[in-house]
Ligand binder design. Structure first.
Ligand SMILES: [Zn+2]
Length: 170
């Protein structure tokens, strides 16, 4: 896989969610987009930061994780998508963001954040992909997890309430 000597994207908005990373030039399938770097932290510290709501932590191995919420980690601007064009690959103690297909100039770069089943309901997804699962969740869990619209498939007596509300008052 080829590695870019410079950052192949620019950070700007609007995007799927706040700031996003947009390809400057064509990025070929299989290319390294960028390394996801961060502060090496112990499992105990990682758990503490996750409970504090830090969403930038990558599990590396049984010994340590990395916290990507540092200024130098430009990969933190890459948004999650349920139909991503890149993916995070763990290589030893390094995390590489790799293009899954050719990414055209101006296209937003995304990868699946790969959250597990523990607390995915706290992370709604609005990525806009036709197959959007509705939560930020690793695709391997989609078949066993509950989609948000599944909870709305039997709306509780909604038509009756609308009848009351529809009575004219003027
Ligand atoms: Zn989505």
């Amino acid at each position: 896989m080829d590695k870019h000597s410079t950052i192949p994207f620019e950070v700007r908005s609007p995007s799927i969610a706040g700031m996003g990373a947009f390809a400057i030039n064509l990025i070929r399938a299989g290319d390294v987009v960028i390394e996801y770097i961060g502060e090496g932290i112990s499992k105990e510290e990682s758990l503490r930061r996750c409970i504090d709501g830090n969403n930038y932590i990558f599990q590396i191995n049984d010994e340590f994780d990395i916290d990507g919420s540092i200024e130098a980690n430009l990969a933190r601007f890459i948004n999650h998508s349920c139909a991503p064009n890149a993916e995070a690959q763990l290589d030893g103690e390094h995390v590489w963001i790799i293009a899954l297909r050719d990414i055209a100039p101006g296209e937003e770069i995304t990868f699946n954040y790969g959250y597990d089943l523990d607390d995915y309901r706290e992370h709604p997804c609005n990525c806009g992909a036709p197959n959007c699962f509705g939560y930020i969740l690793a695709e391997e869990f989609w078949s066993v997890a509950t989609k948000p619209d599944a909870q709305l498939s039997h709306p509780p007596s909604q038509p009756e309430q609308e009848q009351f509300a529809a009575s004219p008052s003027d």
